[in-house]
Design a protein around this ligand. Sequence first.
Ligand SMILES: [Zn+2]
Length: 572
Amino acid sequence: MRAGSYTRCRRGLILIGTAASALLVAFVLEAATIKTPAEECLYARYTLHEEVARFLGSLDFVSRELVVRVVGATKEVRGYPSRDLYLCILTETGVSSPEKLDRSRPTVLIIASQHGNEQSAKEAALGFIRDLAAGGLRPLLRRANFLVMPQCNPHGNHFDRRSNEQDLDMNRDHVKLESEGASAVHRVFRAWMPEATLDMHEKGDDYYRVSLGCVSNINIAPVIQEFSRRVILSEVERALAAKNIAFGEYLVRDEIGLNTSTGAAIPRERLRERETMLRYSTVEINDGRNSLGIYQTLSFIMECASRRDLQTLRERTSWQSLGLKYWAEAVVKNGDDILTPVNRLRREDLDRAGVYGEDDPIHLRMEYARDPAITKVVRKKFETPPAQPRGILKVDKKAGDALTAADLEPYRFSAGQRVLEEVVENWFPLVESRLTVPRPLGYVVPGDKTEALENLLRHGISVGLFTRDFSLPVEAYAVTEIEPSDIDWLPPKLIEVEKRNISVLARKGDFYVSCAQPAASLIPLLLEPQSQFGLICYRRFDLVPKKDELFAVWRVVEHAELPIVPYKDFLS
Ligand SMILES: [Zn+2]
């Protein structure tokens, strides 16, 4: 409920009673009995955007702790109009802006339904919002602030498809930020700077009903991954075990030596030629986990089992709900042990970025690696017997009658499946650095690289504009070898550079991007030409150089009084 809307509520409930205390009790009672749209229809259909809006509106009306904000809108496309993207702010005192947040307790961001056909994530997020605002999870608000974006991809939800209205996979869009949904996530993240985040998804029909993955890009302090796994994942696993729900850390099967996590459209013939490995979730920073983790955030992905049919919606929503609840409880319980290191690591990043030194490496390329101490991993999986029933007949049929899909009810979830143990020898739990550069003080970006500049702004990165021509010493990269990628969204197949210390003229209208800001580790990853995660991977940014050219972006490693003013500062 928004501050100042109390009168509106009082009028709304005037018939129930007049005493303020009685009203408060009435609000709480009423809120507690509000059902999510899925609960209301007994999980007979997916909750679509209009119902999300009605549900949040009702809850907002009766809950003092909840404030709902519109933080973006999807693009209008043929067959589906623009839809608002909601942020639910849940705090003990009904805070409505980041400035008023009690930062002595952790702030937590939960995003759901980036993939539109992973519906149970959204259904569980809606239940979680209700339970925090008015149900059994309310006590958590005494110890943490919660931000929930329950429906990041309304178009995908509507048509029950993975991608958004621009046909983009939003969870591969967190570097280029073409989609409104991913941009909104980053706008919210940068405005509120939560210390812990969770991105909710569904996977296939897996033995592990709930999986959590932690950060794995090695520019994120190792202590974050270690703490996430040792403390948070363990606590969630214990809590789920008490409910007899199988938990396993989120692992990904991938081809050895091939990076399939970029989202690039790699032709099928280039896949499936190699041996596969099992690894932790991707090192890419284009997803909803590492892209927030790179700010030294305790960031997670949750993947719950799903057969993606309505018959199992209740069951899969219950796994999401329990996974989310136990994750939130673990984060709240360990609040101080999260707040202190995250704040320290963010401060250290800022401090280091303000001083140039060779001992401040940024890892531009990395590879998954084996651990000599742990050479294999044992995982459980379902094996479907060949004679698995196709379904149960809903109508009387006899030999010779035609049988249609509509005559069959799906067989119950996982029925008939055996659990097998699989020993995986190609176990690559480590990530090793393959190329580092010292973090510079900042970068000069030419004024005509408009798309790249707009991208930095969408990340909430502060940019300075040169107000006059200015000569300065820089490190420039001379490109000695270049073989561009033949596929968009991938780094050049080969790029070799030589660093040159030269004096250059930054023109009036060029830009300066200081690394001494919260995105201290992200900025070099976006702007370095040899970064496997960089803007150079995407054709729209037009950054792939030619042989013998100087790369367009220059590194500044010496302090100087630059003639710059903030560029589009009014956006933040
Ligand atoms: Zn997903």
